[in-house]
Design a protein around this ligand. Sequence first.
Ligand code: ARG
Length: 269
Amino acid sequence: MNVKQIMTAVLAGVLSVSLLAGCGNKEKQADKSQPLRVATNATFVPFEFKDNDQSEDYKGFEVELMKAVAKEMGRDIQFNNIPFSGIIPIIQQGDMDIAVAGMTVTPERAAKVRFAAPFYESKLVILTPKTSGINSVDDLQGKQIAVQLGTTGAKYAEEKGLAIKQFDNNSEIIMELGVGGSPAGILDKPVADYFLTQEGKDNYKVIEIPDTKSEYLAFAMNKNNEELQKEVNAAMAKLKENGEFQKLYKKWFNTEMPNLPATTEEIVK
Ligand code: ARG
């Protein structure tokens, strides 16, 4: 073999090794030198959002919390923006490691994915223009209500027998209300409340829904990845201990962090 032949053989060897490494998601998942692959739907202000679709600058409480957790774990992270309804499937397939998506812990979802300790206690509400004449869930009957596909808000609206218009992104719900396509939307209270402190200040109102229970939001991981869950929970506990968690909470919600369960297993039994 001459030098050129040797080089070719070596390169081919390197190539096949890297191809092998690239094709197995499971190996990639276990390889801690690789960044944690985060699945998000960055249309959920103030949890995760971007200033525009092209931006790679992910912002929000949950984004900053995930970054702090990853730092604690000594891992790099890489955010990927996908439709909310695709997040559980992609985590189940092992193509992403962790969901940072304001995801409510429910028994149905807990059967499919593994949740970290909750970071927020939320509730569903109605968001509607002040002039809509809507003041309760009963007022929604016979109207087309805007919801995000695959969310607890969409599920609640369906259970109530409401006519719904579904959107992939939460920001589209707000646009839809703005153009009068739907008279109201059902979504998470902190997101609606935040909108009322921003663009929604003058023209919108939030209506509480008495028959809904509180919902805990948490990061979600693959059912088989108990190790990652342990590491994430340990990092979150550390951030509570050193006060960084509370600081982030205060920064984004302008109120003290309430007591939150230390694991999701305490909520879903
Ligand atoms: N908490 C609700 C749910 O889990 C809505 C979450 C929407 N999240 C988002 N990133 N758009 O169904």
